[in-house]
Design a protein around this ligand. Structure first.
Ligand SMILES: [Zn+2]
Length: 371
């Protein structure tokens, strides 16, 4: 696809911000997972863009995913990432996965082997994954033996899920982002980023503004099925803004960050660093019906972040009739008049209006629950 052919839309309410962003930046790279494996050049002709080594000084036997495989990227791979660098980056990607917590499981992101991962919160607070209780590949969230991870407000129809994430190092998460940006850059730009490459290679304290990522959070109903990535380059090299801005769409999340220390951007770092924010982009026309939330995540920390909490909130009305109670231990189900409030063990997330039949007794069961 030619870069000129890529047309993006935003909500009418963000048009002014979009125009301002496009006045400062132009799209340089667009990447999405292709439908089949990319045929790369042979190992002997390759050079790693991260460590600079060539074959046979280093090897290129592993598949190096440009966007992590756990984010649903099957075939978008790089020919310029050696095995040694790939191994190092996999640690960063693992911390990135821990930062995302339950999201890959809730959004049914297919990872290696097309499998949706099971999420197990630490200390057995909660488990999420594809249910085997009903057909259809729906997600279930089950309370663990300990804790009280699922709280239901029956009167207001709000369910709040709260638990701890696995520990991760924030700066490693930042490096996972930075690696994606550097991997996506055109080959002739990478030579201007030697300082960014050394950020990736070493653990150095960074000013907050650099290891910060702008995050846009959508409801799960508005999400990208497959991850994709944009690299924008500033139009005027004299502008006091970062040269390259990277935008990554993953499910209901949009991450925006810049690649730091462009060789010709010395003047940018003397002033206050300012990254113009691009409003949410869509591949088709959209209205103003979405209300995403925006925030800045600071990934400066080099210490392990422990016990960070994650919250997910669902709004739905509990069905008034046609209720079934299901016992996952015995597999029995039977009709009840009201929602059983005290012995909720978990929930299965169904698209609006889905009808399911409980496996064990094959009785039809209507539900109004939806995502
Ligand atoms: Zn390398």
């Amino acid at each position: 696809m030619n870069i000129e052919d890529i047309i993006v839309y935003t909500c009418p309410k963000y048009k002014r911000e979009m125009d301002a962003f496009y006045a400062a930046y132009e799209l340089e790279v667009y990447l999405e997972s292709p439908v089949a494996k990319i045929k790369h050049k042979p190992q002997k002709d390759r050079q790693c863009r991260f460590c600079g080594k060539k074959y046979p000084e280093t090897r290129f036997a592993r598949e190096a995913h440009l966007i992590p495989e756990f984010m649903g990227n099957k075939y978008l791979t790089s020919d310029s990432e050696c095995d040694a660098c790939n191994q190092k980056f996999s640690r960063y990607e693992n911390d990135f996965k821990y930062y995302l917590g339950i999201i890959p499981s809730l959004t049914k992101t297919p990872a290696k082997g097309n499998k949706v991962p099971k999420f197990k919160a630490p200390r057995n607070e909660l488990v999420a994954g594809i249910t085997d209780k009903v057909e259809g590949g729906f997600v279930e969230i089950l309370k663990g033996e300990h804790g009280d991870a699922i709280k239901v407000d029956y009167d207001n129809g709000v369910t709040r899920i709260e638990f701890r994430k696995h520990s991760y190092i924030p700066f490693n998460v930042y490096k996972a982002f930075l690696k994606m940006g550097l991997a996506a850059l055109p080959k002739d730009e990478i030579m201007h980023y030697s300082n960014a490459l050394s950020v990736l290679a070493y653990d150095e304290k960074m000013p907050n503004a650099i290891a910060s990522v702008h995050v846009t959070n959508f409801p799960f109903s508005k999400r990208a099925q497959e991850p994709f990535l944009y690299v924008f380059k500033k139009r005027k090299h004299t502008d006091a803004i970062p040269a390259h801005v990277v935008i990554l769409h993953y499910q209901n999340l949009i991450f925006q960050f810049f690649i730091p220390f462009y060789k010709f951007d010395g003047h940018v770092y003397k002033d206050m660093l300012r990254m113009p924010v691009c409003p949410p982009m869509f591949s088709e026309k959209v209205g103003d019906e979405f209300d995403p939330s925006f925030g800045i995540e600071d990934f400066t920390g080099l210490e392990l972040k422990r016990n960070e909490r994650q919250y997910i909130t669902y709004n739905f009305d509990f069905p008034k009739g046609n209720l079934m109670k299901y016992d996952p231990v015995t597999g029995e189900s039977w009709p009840v008049d009201t929602v059983p409030k005290d012995d909720l063990l978990g929930m299965i997330l169904l698209p609006d209006g889905t009808t399911i039949s409980l496996k064990e007794n094959k009785k039809d069961h209507n539900t109004d629950q939806h995502e």
